[in-house]
Ligand binder design. Structure first.
Ligand code: NAD
Length: 319
């Protein structure tokens, strides 16, 4: 039987590409995209779209009932760097929107939820290398705190009420369609744009700051595969560790230089350096690999070639 899906926060960096993929899999009219604004016109015009504030329980409920929605992907959130500027807004949106969809599942209005967590659940007391699934989580950012409590509530709603909620701890996601929305790993997207536009980039993290990252195609693949996995294979109901590649600003700059030899980078760390320093440099995602056969397709070199190829088309630069 075909799934009827609602995506909340569909106009963002991940939602934009997730919507396209889910429409390919389930059919355009079976995937309702929604967001608080219509900023992303390509997305808004690509199929069914509704304005929904993720903090408004009744708006989500009405949409689910009107369209017979069985699955919700909750992508609306305030991200790490923006969350530090607006702590109470981040807490309000990130936790209450999750409660709304968890309660809709508990009440039987919907059957299944995808909610992304993040490597931001970890903190400076977490082992930084090959960070295990089960480890110390003492996040130091508001964003990380909202993701950590979100994970606890997901597991609680699953254990207590049988809610089928599934989650991934996304690393920094790199993509060429929508721009990132205020995270600490945004440099790894901006660098490709600036490399092509002006040939140089001033990085807000120091050159040796290694962070876990992933190309968007892999993040979407992980998300759809997790949601299609038979329920009996799932052993994690908080959020799965998920990894693909880890690199430093210096390493991504070197991979760009192989394609654009004139490219140069400078470093001017700002407040985001402290956030990055509190996060792991690499992640052990062996449970995801075992439970649902997770495997990435993109390494740093392949991703760089793809990013530059796609952005040259976008900026109409000769190949
Ligand atoms: P984004 O900031 O690019 O997009 C978020 C979207 O939510 C935007 O389109 C925004 O308009 C919308 N939104 C904001 N407030 C809203 C509200 N009140 N109601 C409805 N919509 C609202 O974020 P993203 O990068 O696409 O991230 C999606 C999810 O993935 C978030 O939960 C984020 O924490 C998580 N995540 C992202 C990354 C990453 O690198 N992008 C990494 C880890 C986790």
């Amino acid at each position: 039987m075909s799934s009827k899906i609602l995506i909340i926060g569909a106009c963002g960096q991940i939602g934009t590409e997730l919507t396209t993929k889910l429409r390919e899999i389930y059919g355009v009219n079976n995937v309702i995209a929604s967001d608080i604004n219509t900023r992303n016109l390509d997305l808004v015009n690509s199929g069914p779209f509704e304005i929904i504030d993720a903090k408004n329980f009744n708006a989500i409920k009405d949409c689910c009932k009107n369209h017979n929605i069985d699955t919700v992907y909750l992508m609306a959130a305030l991200l790490s760097a923006t969350g530090e500027k607006y702590p109470m807004e981040a807490w309000d949106l990130n936790t209450n929107a999750l409660f709304h969809v968890l309660n809709l599942a508990k009440d039987g209005v919907i059957k299944k939820i995808f909610w992304p967590s993040s490597i931001a659940v970890f903190g400076s007391t977490t082992p930084r290398e090959n960070t295990p699934q089960h480890t110390i989580c003492e996040p130091t950012t508001v964003y990380g705190i909202t993701k950590q409590v979100g994970e606890r509530w997901c597991e609680y709603y699953h254990n207590k009420y049988g809610v089928d909620v599934r989650s991934l701890r996304y690393p920094g996601i790199i993509s060429h369609k929508a721009m990132p929305g205020g995270g600490t790993t945004d440099y790894a997207v901006e660098i490709y744009h600036e490399a092509l536009k002006i040939g140089t980039y001033e990085c807000f993290l120091s050159k040796d700051t290694s962070l876990p990252m992933m190309f968007m195609a892999d993040a979407i693949k992980a998300t759809t595969e997790l949601m299609q996995t038979p329920v009996e294979h799932l052993t994690i109901r908080s959020s799965y560790n998920l990894a693909a590649i880890s690199f430093t600003p210096k390493e991504i700059a070197e991979s760009i230089k192989k394609q654009l030899p004139e490219f140069s980078i400078t470093y001017k760390p700002d407040f985001r350096q402290a956030i990055a320093d509190s996060w792991p440099s690499s992640i052990d995602d062996s449970i995801a690999r075992k439970d649902w056969n997770w495997k990435e397709n993109y390494n740093l070199e392949v991703m760089t070639i793809e990013m530059l190829t796609q952005l040259k088309l976008k900026y109409r630069i000769e190949p």
